[in-house]
Design a binder for this molecule. Structure first.
Ligand SMILES: O=C1O[C@H](COP(=O)(O)O)[C@@H](O)[C@H](O)[C@H]1O
Length: 211
């Protein structure tokens, strides 16, 4: 699905602007991508969120993607747009807003889902950036999942995309998926691209949810 989305974007516009989910769920997907037959010179990589930790910290979203995929393929360095989380939430979010200033709609946004319904670093009870004209990036403090300081793309910016795909895996996500299906206003629901979203769940989440 990712490679076909890339092929279509490259065929139509000569470039593929792809936003990555963080966390552990997409690890296997990224690893698989490292062997994909594609024109890597056309790929532009962004991150949906980042944790404010040193660049080589194993909990950094950019670190995981680099280890299993990005360090193994010839995407030009200037097209790899990491969020500089090591600079702290405010400075890193301002710098990333500047990075995104000239970038139009993303071709594909990949997102995960946390146990509490968060996506990227948009957490329940925090700012999600949903009102029209919201900033592209948010500095996040006191996140309920460590580390407390993060940077996130806003829901508005994540929704400016031709395609948005959620990947959700693990029984611990049952409640969040059930709440989402039931129409509860969890952060994932705030991602509303014109074309709607695709949600890929693993088999453990397809069984009926017991009440
Ligand atoms: O903290 C985060 O959590 C979510 C979900 O992560 P997962 O490990 O349960 O897959 C992730 O989508 C987000 O990018 C990340 O920073």
């Amino acid at each position: 699905m990712i490679t076909s989305s890339a092929a279509e974007a490259i065929h139509e516009r000569g470039q593929f602007h792809f936003v990555l989910a963080g966390g552990s769920t997409p690890r296997g997907i990224y690893h698989g991508l490292s062997a994909a037959p594609t024109d890597w010179s056309a790929w532009h990589i962004y991150f949906s969120d980042e944790r404010c930790l040193p660049p080589l910290d194993p909990e950094r979203n950019s670190r995981m993607a680099a280890e299993v995929w990005l360090d193994r393929v010839p995407i030009p360095q200037a097209q790899l747009h990491a969020i500089r989380g090591e600079l702290g939430a405010l400075q890193a979010s301002r710098m990333y807003a500047e990075t995104l200033r000239t970038v139009g709609a993303f071709d594909l946004v990949l997102l995960g889902l946390g146990e509490d319904g968060h996506t990227a670093s948009l957490f329940p009870g925090h700012e999600w950036g949903i009102v029209p004209g919201s900033q592209d990036t948010l500095a996040v403090y006191a996140a309920p999942k460590l580390p407390p300081q993060r940077v996130s793309l806003s829901a508005t910016r994540l929704s400016r995309a031709r395609q948005v795909m959620f990947v959700v895996s693990g029984e611990s996500k049952h409640t969040a998926v059930a709440e989402w299906r039931a129409g509860k206003n969890i952060p994932a629901r705030a991602i509303m691209p014109q074309a709607g979203v695709d949600v890929l769940v693993d088999a453990t989440l397809l069984v009926p949810i017991a009440h």
